[in-house]
Design a protein around this ligand. Structure first.
Ligand SMILES: Cc1cc2nc3c(=O)[nH]c(=O)nc-3n(C[C@H](O)[C@H](O)[C@H](O)COP(=O)(O)O)c2cc1C
Length: 378
Protein backbone atom coordinates (compact mmCIF):
# COMPACT_ATOMS: atom_id res chain seq x y z
CA UNK A 1 0.00 0.00 0.00
CA UNK A 2 2.94 2.35 0.63
CA UNK A 3 3.50 2.95 -3.07
CA UNK A 4 -0.18 3.54 -3.80
CA UNK A 5 -0.74 7.21 -4.55
CA UNK A 6 -3.99 7.27 -6.47
CA UNK A 7 -7.13 5.26 -7.25
CA UNK A 8 -5.69 3.94 -10.52
CA UNK A 9 -2.91 2.24 -8.51
CA UNK A 10 -5.60 0.43 -6.52
CA UNK A 11 -7.33 -0.59 -9.74
CA UNK A 12 -4.06 -2.07 -11.06
CA UNK A 13 -3.58 -4.09 -7.86
CA UNK A 14 -7.22 -5.25 -7.96
CA UNK A 15 -6.70 -6.50 -11.52
CA UNK A 16 -3.87 -8.73 -10.33
CA UNK A 17 -5.62 -9.98 -7.21
CA UNK A 18 -9.12 -11.06 -8.23
CA UNK A 19 -10.25 -13.46 -10.96
CA UNK A 20 -10.86 -11.91 -14.35
CA UNK A 21 -14.63 -12.42 -14.20
CA UNK A 22 -14.89 -10.55 -10.90
CA UNK A 23 -12.62 -7.72 -12.05
CA UNK A 24 -14.59 -7.30 -15.29
CA UNK A 25 -17.88 -7.32 -13.36
CA UNK A 26 -16.75 -4.12 -11.62
CA UNK A 27 -14.68 -2.54 -14.33
CA UNK A 28 -16.81 -2.87 -17.41
CA UNK A 29 -20.11 -1.40 -18.57
CA UNK A 30 -23.06 -2.24 -20.75
CA UNK A 31 -23.06 -2.69 -24.54
CA UNK A 32 -20.44 -0.48 -26.25
CA UNK A 33 -19.53 1.20 -22.95
CA UNK A 34 -20.03 4.69 -24.42
CA UNK A 35 -21.71 5.95 -21.28
CA UNK A 36 -19.12 4.28 -19.06
CA UNK A 37 -16.38 6.18 -20.90
CA UNK A 38 -18.38 9.42 -21.05
CA UNK A 39 -18.82 9.45 -17.27
CA UNK A 40 -15.07 9.75 -16.84
CA UNK A 41 -14.23 11.74 -19.94
CA UNK A 42 -16.83 14.44 -19.28
CA UNK A 43 -15.66 14.84 -15.69
CA UNK A 44 -12.06 15.09 -16.86
CA UNK A 45 -13.01 17.72 -19.45
CA UNK A 46 -14.31 20.18 -16.85
CA UNK A 47 -11.54 22.68 -16.10
CA UNK A 48 -10.93 23.90 -12.58
CA UNK A 49 -10.07 27.53 -12.00
CA UNK A 50 -6.61 28.03 -10.55
CA UNK A 51 -6.47 30.84 -7.99
CA UNK A 52 -3.40 32.16 -6.19
CA UNK A 53 -2.39 34.23 -3.19
CA UNK A 54 -5.55 33.60 -1.21
CA UNK A 55 -5.12 32.52 2.41
CA UNK A 56 -6.20 28.90 2.38
CA UNK A 57 -4.95 27.78 5.77
CA UNK A 58 -7.41 25.91 8.04
CA UNK A 59 -9.40 24.11 5.40
CA UNK A 60 -12.39 21.85 5.93
CA UNK A 61 -13.91 19.20 3.69
CA UNK A 62 -16.57 18.29 6.28
CA UNK A 63 -20.23 18.69 5.39
CA UNK A 64 -23.51 16.79 5.68
CA UNK A 65 -25.45 14.35 3.52
CA UNK A 66 -29.16 14.05 4.44
CA UNK A 67 -28.26 15.71 7.72
CA UNK A 68 -25.58 13.14 8.60
CA UNK A 69 -22.13 14.57 9.24
CA UNK A 70 -19.56 13.42 6.72
CA UNK A 71 -15.80 14.04 6.69
CA UNK A 72 -16.06 14.78 2.97
CA UNK A 73 -19.04 14.77 0.57
CA UNK A 74 -18.63 11.13 -0.39
CA UNK A 75 -20.50 7.92 0.37
CA UNK A 76 -19.85 4.35 -0.67
CA UNK A 77 -22.35 3.40 -3.36
CA UNK A 78 -24.25 0.12 -3.16
CA UNK A 79 -22.47 -2.56 -5.15
CA UNK A 80 -23.70 -6.10 -5.63
CA UNK A 81 -21.37 -9.04 -4.97
CA UNK A 82 -18.99 -6.89 -2.91
CA UNK A 83 -18.05 -9.91 -0.81
CA UNK A 84 -16.63 -11.62 -3.90
CA UNK A 85 -13.95 -8.94 -4.18
CA UNK A 86 -12.66 -9.73 -0.69
CA UNK A 87 -13.93 -12.13 1.95
CA UNK A 88 -16.57 -10.36 4.11
CA UNK A 89 -16.09 -7.40 1.78
CA UNK A 90 -19.21 -5.56 2.90
CA UNK A 91 -18.05 -5.65 6.53
CA UNK A 92 -14.57 -4.43 5.60
CA UNK A 93 -16.03 -1.68 3.42
CA UNK A 94 -18.45 -0.54 6.08
CA UNK A 95 -15.81 -0.49 8.81
CA UNK A 96 -13.42 1.53 6.64
CA UNK A 97 -16.15 4.00 5.70
CA UNK A 98 -17.30 4.49 9.27
CA UNK A 99 -13.75 4.94 10.55
CA UNK A 100 -13.18 7.59 7.88
CA UNK A 101 -16.47 9.35 8.62
CA UNK A 102 -18.39 8.60 5.44
CA UNK A 103 -21.59 6.58 4.88
CA UNK A 104 -21.65 3.03 3.58
CA UNK A 105 -24.52 1.61 1.51
CA UNK A 106 -25.23 -2.10 1.56
CA UNK A 107 -26.71 -3.49 -1.66
CA UNK A 108 -29.72 -5.80 -1.80
CA UNK A 109 -27.38 -8.02 -3.86
CA UNK A 110 -24.65 -8.14 -1.24
CA UNK A 111 -22.83 -11.28 -0.14
CA UNK A 112 -22.87 -10.39 3.58
CA UNK A 113 -26.45 -9.98 4.77
CA UNK A 114 -27.96 -6.93 6.46
CA UNK A 115 -27.67 -8.79 9.78
CA UNK A 116 -24.03 -9.83 9.12
CA UNK A 117 -23.03 -6.20 8.63
CA UNK A 118 -25.18 -4.84 11.47
CA UNK A 119 -23.56 -7.35 13.82
CA UNK A 120 -20.05 -6.32 12.81
CA UNK A 121 -20.17 -2.51 12.98
CA UNK A 122 -21.32 -0.12 15.66
CA UNK A 123 -22.81 2.74 13.66
CA UNK A 124 -25.82 2.75 11.33
CA UNK A 125 -25.30 2.16 7.62
CA UNK A 126 -27.63 2.64 4.64
CA UNK A 127 -29.49 -0.11 2.86
CA UNK A 128 -30.14 -0.11 -0.90
CA UNK A 129 -33.36 -1.70 -2.07
CA UNK A 130 -34.24 -3.27 -5.37
CA UNK A 131 -37.98 -3.80 -5.46
CA UNK A 132 -38.35 -7.28 -6.92
CA UNK A 133 -41.34 -9.06 -8.44
CA UNK A 134 -42.26 -10.51 -5.06
CA UNK A 135 -43.39 -7.40 -3.14
CA UNK A 136 -43.75 -9.36 0.10
CA UNK A 137 -40.08 -10.19 -0.10
CA UNK A 138 -39.20 -6.54 -0.75
CA UNK A 139 -41.29 -5.61 2.28
CA UNK A 140 -39.39 -8.15 4.38
CA UNK A 141 -36.10 -6.56 3.29
CA UNK A 142 -37.40 -3.17 4.45
CA UNK A 143 -38.37 -4.71 7.79
CA UNK A 144 -34.89 -6.19 8.13
CA UNK A 145 -33.32 -2.80 7.35
CA UNK A 146 -35.50 -1.24 10.05
CA UNK A 147 -34.54 -3.94 12.55
CA UNK A 148 -30.86 -3.36 11.71
CA UNK A 149 -31.39 0.37 12.42
CA UNK A 150 -30.27 1.43 8.94
CA UNK A 151 -30.35 5.22 8.90
CA UNK A 152 -31.47 5.56 5.27
CA UNK A 153 -33.01 3.52 2.49
CA UNK A 154 -31.54 3.99 -0.98
CA UNK A 155 -34.17 2.98 -3.51
CA UNK A 156 -32.66 2.24 -6.91
CA UNK A 157 -34.86 3.26 -9.83
CA UNK A 158 -32.75 2.45 -12.87
CA UNK A 159 -32.66 -1.35 -12.95
CA UNK A 160 -36.16 -2.52 -13.78
CA UNK A 161 -34.48 -4.50 -16.47
CA UNK A 162 -30.77 -5.10 -16.86
CA UNK A 163 -28.59 -3.52 -19.52
CA UNK A 164 -26.47 -6.25 -21.08
CA UNK A 165 -22.88 -6.40 -19.93
CA UNK A 166 -21.10 -8.45 -22.55
CA UNK A 167 -18.16 -9.38 -20.38
CA UNK A 168 -20.30 -10.89 -17.62
CA UNK A 169 -21.90 -13.18 -20.19
CA UNK A 170 -18.63 -14.06 -21.91
CA UNK A 171 -17.04 -14.78 -18.52
CA UNK A 172 -20.04 -16.85 -17.38
CA UNK A 173 -20.21 -14.81 -14.18
CA UNK A 174 -22.19 -16.86 -11.69
CA UNK A 175 -23.07 -16.56 -8.03
CA UNK A 176 -21.69 -18.42 -6.13
CA UNK A 177 -18.58 -18.40 -8.37
CA UNK A 178 -18.23 -21.58 -10.38
CA UNK A 179 -14.98 -23.34 -11.04
CA UNK A 180 -15.01 -24.22 -14.72
CA UNK A 181 -12.30 -25.42 -17.05
CA UNK A 182 -12.24 -21.97 -18.61
CA UNK A 183 -11.64 -20.05 -15.40
CA UNK A 184 -9.69 -22.65 -13.37
CA UNK A 185 -6.29 -21.53 -14.63
CA UNK A 186 -7.06 -17.90 -13.95
CA UNK A 187 -8.39 -18.61 -10.45
CA UNK A 188 -5.38 -20.79 -9.67
CA UNK A 189 -3.15 -17.73 -10.06
CA UNK A 190 -5.07 -15.82 -7.35
CA UNK A 191 -4.14 -17.67 -4.12
CA UNK A 192 -5.00 -14.79 -1.81
CA UNK A 193 -8.46 -14.48 -3.35
CA UNK A 194 -8.98 -18.23 -2.95
CA UNK A 195 -8.05 -17.97 0.74
CA UNK A 196 -10.10 -14.86 1.38
CA UNK A 197 -13.22 -15.52 -0.71
CA UNK A 198 -13.46 -19.16 -1.79
CA UNK A 199 -12.31 -20.50 1.57
CA UNK A 200 -14.33 -17.92 3.49
CA UNK A 201 -17.83 -18.72 4.67
CA UNK A 202 -19.95 -16.45 2.47
CA UNK A 203 -20.18 -16.89 -1.33
CA UNK A 204 -23.74 -16.20 -2.26
CA UNK A 205 -26.39 -13.48 -1.91
CA UNK A 206 -26.66 -12.98 1.86
CA UNK A 207 -29.99 -11.14 1.81
CA UNK A 208 -31.60 -13.51 -0.64
CA UNK A 209 -30.48 -16.77 0.94
CA UNK A 210 -34.00 -18.05 1.37
CA UNK A 211 -34.81 -17.30 -2.23
CA UNK A 212 -32.17 -19.26 -4.05
CA UNK A 213 -33.60 -22.55 -5.13
CA UNK A 214 -30.22 -24.01 -5.93
CA UNK A 215 -26.65 -23.09 -6.57
CA UNK A 216 -27.01 -24.02 -10.17
CA UNK A 217 -29.28 -21.06 -10.70
CA UNK A 218 -27.29 -20.12 -13.77
CA UNK A 219 -25.55 -16.92 -14.57
CA UNK A 220 -26.14 -13.68 -12.76
CA UNK A 221 -27.76 -11.99 -15.74
CA UNK A 222 -30.29 -14.80 -16.19
CA UNK A 223 -31.14 -14.76 -12.52
CA UNK A 224 -31.67 -10.99 -12.50
CA UNK A 225 -33.93 -11.24 -15.53
CA UNK A 226 -36.16 -13.60 -13.56
CA UNK A 227 -36.34 -11.60 -10.33
CA UNK A 228 -36.38 -7.95 -11.36
CA UNK A 229 -39.66 -6.33 -12.23
CA UNK A 230 -40.14 -4.38 -15.47
CA UNK A 231 -43.58 -3.23 -14.30
CA UNK A 232 -42.16 -0.96 -11.54
CA UNK A 233 -43.56 2.56 -11.55
CA UNK A 234 -43.69 5.69 -9.40
CA UNK A 235 -46.58 4.03 -7.54
CA UNK A 236 -44.03 1.59 -6.12
CA UNK A 237 -41.99 4.51 -4.85
CA UNK A 238 -45.10 5.74 -3.01
CA UNK A 239 -45.59 2.25 -1.64
CA UNK A 240 -42.00 2.12 -0.35
CA UNK A 241 -42.44 5.60 1.12
CA UNK A 242 -45.55 4.38 2.98
CA UNK A 243 -43.72 1.52 4.70
CA UNK A 244 -40.32 3.14 5.24
CA UNK A 245 -40.67 6.11 7.61
CA UNK A 246 -36.95 7.00 7.64
CA UNK A 247 -34.73 8.92 5.25
CA UNK A 248 -35.31 7.96 1.63
CA UNK A 249 -32.82 8.39 -1.21
CA UNK A 250 -33.88 7.82 -4.82
CA UNK A 251 -31.00 6.64 -6.96
CA UNK A 252 -30.69 6.54 -10.72
CA UNK A 253 -32.27 9.71 -12.09
CA UNK A 254 -30.76 11.24 -15.23
CA UNK A 255 -33.61 13.16 -16.81
CA UNK A 256 -35.05 16.53 -15.72
CA UNK A 257 -38.63 15.33 -16.03
CA UNK A 258 -37.91 12.28 -13.87
CA UNK A 259 -36.06 14.50 -11.40
CA UNK A 260 -39.16 16.68 -10.99
CA UNK A 261 -41.31 13.62 -10.29
CA UNK A 262 -38.69 12.25 -7.90
CA UNK A 263 -38.53 15.57 -6.04
CA UNK A 264 -42.33 15.64 -5.78
CA UNK A 265 -42.19 12.39 -3.77
CA UNK A 266 -40.47 14.37 -1.01
CA UNK A 267 -37.39 12.14 -1.09
CA UNK A 268 -34.54 13.32 1.11
CA UNK A 269 -32.01 12.96 -1.70
CA UNK A 270 -31.95 12.14 -5.38
CA UNK A 271 -28.84 10.58 -6.90
CA UNK A 272 -28.09 11.71 -10.44
CA UNK A 273 -26.75 8.45 -11.82
CA UNK A 274 -26.66 6.17 -14.83
CA UNK A 275 -25.62 3.21 -12.69
CA UNK A 276 -21.97 3.74 -13.56
CA UNK A 277 -22.55 3.18 -17.28
CA UNK A 278 -23.93 -0.30 -16.64
CA UNK A 279 -27.49 0.22 -17.83
CA UNK A 280 -28.56 2.40 -20.79
CA UNK A 281 -25.54 2.66 -23.04
CA UNK A 282 -25.72 5.89 -25.01
CA UNK A 283 -27.25 7.74 -22.08
CA UNK A 284 -25.73 11.09 -21.21
CA UNK A 285 -22.90 11.10 -18.67
CA UNK A 286 -23.98 11.80 -15.10
CA UNK A 287 -21.92 14.98 -14.88
CA UNK A 288 -23.62 16.39 -18.00
CA UNK A 289 -27.03 15.63 -16.51
CA UNK A 290 -26.21 17.11 -13.10
CA UNK A 291 -26.38 20.89 -13.75
CA UNK A 292 -29.67 20.60 -15.64
CA UNK A 293 -31.23 18.70 -12.75
CA UNK A 294 -29.81 21.21 -10.26
CA UNK A 295 -31.31 24.05 -12.27
CA UNK A 296 -34.68 22.29 -12.32
CA UNK A 297 -35.04 21.10 -8.73
CA UNK A 298 -32.13 22.56 -6.75
CA UNK A 299 -32.94 24.39 -3.54
CA UNK A 300 -35.95 22.16 -2.82
CA UNK A 301 -36.40 19.60 -0.04
CA UNK A 302 -34.43 16.89 -1.84
CA UNK A 303 -30.68 17.09 -1.81
CA UNK A 304 -29.09 16.34 -5.16
CA UNK A 305 -26.25 13.84 -5.20
CA UNK A 306 -24.05 12.54 -7.97
CA UNK A 307 -22.31 9.38 -9.05
CA UNK A 308 -20.63 8.03 -12.17
CA UNK A 309 -16.88 8.24 -12.68
CA UNK A 310 -15.94 9.61 -9.25
CA UNK A 311 -12.34 8.47 -8.88
CA UNK A 312 -10.56 11.47 -7.39
CA UNK A 313 -10.99 14.42 -5.07
CA UNK A 314 -11.00 16.68 -8.13
CA UNK A 315 -14.07 14.79 -9.37
CA UNK A 316 -15.80 15.42 -6.04
CA UNK A 317 -14.90 19.12 -6.20
CA UNK A 318 -16.35 19.43 -9.71
CA UNK A 319 -19.58 17.67 -8.78
CA UNK A 320 -19.97 19.80 -5.68
CA UNK A 321 -19.29 22.92 -7.78
CA UNK A 322 -22.10 21.89 -10.13
CA UNK A 323 -24.53 21.57 -7.24
CA UNK A 324 -24.18 18.06 -5.84
CA UNK A 325 -24.36 18.02 -2.06
CA UNK A 326 -22.58 14.68 -2.07
CA UNK A 327 -21.09 11.99 -4.31
CA UNK A 328 -21.07 8.21 -4.30
CA UNK A 329 -18.27 5.95 -5.52
CA UNK A 330 -18.80 2.47 -6.91
CA UNK A 331 -15.85 1.17 -8.90
CA UNK A 332 -13.24 3.07 -6.91
CA UNK A 333 -14.57 1.41 -3.78
CA UNK A 334 -14.52 -2.10 -5.25
CA UNK A 335 -11.01 -1.73 -6.65
CA UNK A 336 -9.70 -0.56 -3.29
CA UNK A 337 -11.48 -3.38 -1.47
CA UNK A 338 -10.06 -5.98 -3.86
CA UNK A 339 -6.61 -4.41 -3.54
CA UNK A 340 -6.39 -4.31 0.23
CA UNK A 341 -9.59 -5.13 2.12
CA UNK A 342 -10.45 -2.64 4.85
CA UNK A 343 -7.01 -0.98 4.63
CA UNK A 344 -7.44 -0.60 0.88
CA UNK A 345 -10.78 1.15 1.27
CA UNK A 346 -9.37 3.37 4.02
CA UNK A 347 -6.54 4.27 1.66
CA UNK A 348 -8.94 5.13 -1.18
CA UNK A 349 -11.02 7.44 1.03
CA UNK A 350 -7.91 9.13 2.39
CA UNK A 351 -6.51 9.62 -1.12
CA UNK A 352 -9.74 11.26 -2.24
CA UNK A 353 -10.02 13.40 0.89
CA UNK A 354 -6.47 14.72 0.42
CA UNK A 355 -7.01 15.34 -3.29
CA UNK A 356 -10.19 17.25 -2.51
CA UNK A 357 -8.45 19.25 0.20
CA UNK A 358 -5.49 20.23 -1.99
CA UNK A 359 -7.69 20.99 -5.00
CA UNK A 360 -9.88 23.23 -2.85
CA UNK A 361 -6.76 25.08 -1.70
CA UNK A 362 -5.50 25.52 -5.26
CA UNK A 363 -8.87 26.89 -6.36
CA UNK A 364 -8.73 29.33 -3.45
CA UNK A 365 -11.40 27.76 -1.23
CA UNK A 366 -11.04 26.97 2.48
CA UNK A 367 -14.38 25.41 3.23
CA UNK A 368 -16.29 22.86 1.18
CA UNK A 369 -19.46 24.80 2.03
CA UNK A 370 -18.10 27.73 -0.03
CA UNK A 371 -17.57 25.65 -3.17
CA UNK A 372 -19.76 26.80 -6.05
CA UNK A 373 -19.53 27.13 -9.83
CA UNK A 374 -16.88 29.85 -9.43
CA UNK A 375 -14.21 27.15 -8.84
CA UNK A 376 -14.74 26.02 -12.44
CA UNK A 377 -13.09 27.73 -15.41
CA UNK A 378 -16.16 27.44 -17.61
C1 LIG B 1 -19.88 -3.86 -9.69
C2 LIG B 1 -21.00 -2.91 -9.44
C3 LIG B 1 -22.15 -3.37 -8.83
C4 LIG B 1 -23.20 -2.49 -8.59
N1 LIG B 1 -24.30 -2.95 -7.92
C5 LIG B 1 -25.27 -2.07 -7.60
C6 LIG B 1 -26.34 -2.48 -6.76
O1 LIG B 1 -26.41 -3.61 -6.31
N2 LIG B 1 -27.31 -1.57 -6.49
C7 LIG B 1 -27.27 -0.28 -6.98
O2 LIG B 1 -28.16 0.52 -6.70
N3 LIG B 1 -26.24 0.12 -7.75
C8 LIG B 1 -25.24 -0.72 -8.03
N4 LIG B 1 -24.17 -0.30 -8.78
C9 LIG B 1 -24.10 1.11 -9.21
C10 LIG B 1 -23.39 1.96 -8.15
O3 LIG B 1 -24.18 2.07 -7.00
C11 LIG B 1 -23.10 3.37 -8.67
O4 LIG B 1 -24.28 3.94 -9.15
C12 LIG B 1 -22.03 3.38 -9.76
O5 LIG B 1 -21.05 2.40 -9.53
C13 LIG B 1 -21.37 4.74 -9.81
O6 LIG B 1 -20.42 4.81 -10.82
P1 LIG B 1 -18.85 4.52 -10.60
O7 LIG B 1 -18.72 3.04 -10.55
O8 LIG B 1 -18.23 5.11 -11.80
O9 LIG B 1 -18.44 5.17 -9.31
C14 LIG B 1 -23.11 -1.15 -9.01
C15 LIG B 1 -21.94 -0.71 -9.61
C16 LIG B 1 -20.88 -1.56 -9.82
C17 LIG B 1 -19.62 -1.03 -10.45
Amino acid sequence: MATVTNIQDLRAIAMRKVPRAIFHYADRGSYDETTLRANKADLAAIPLRQRVMIDVSDRSTATTMIGEKVALPLAIAPTGLTGLFHGDGEIHGCRAAQAAGIPFTLSTMSICSIEDVAGAVDKPFWFQLYVMRDRKFSESLIERAKAAKCSALVLTLDLQIQGQRHMDIKNGLAVPPKLTLANALDIATKPRWIASVLMGKRHSFGNLAVRQESDSLSTLSQWIAGQFDPSLSWKDVEWVRSIWPGKLILKGVLDVEDARIAAATGADAIVVSNHGGRQLDGAVSSIKALPKIVDAIGGGKSEIWFDGGVQSGQDILKARALGAQGCMMGKAFLWSLAAGGQAGVAKAIEIMRKELDVSMALTGVKDIEQVDRSVLAL
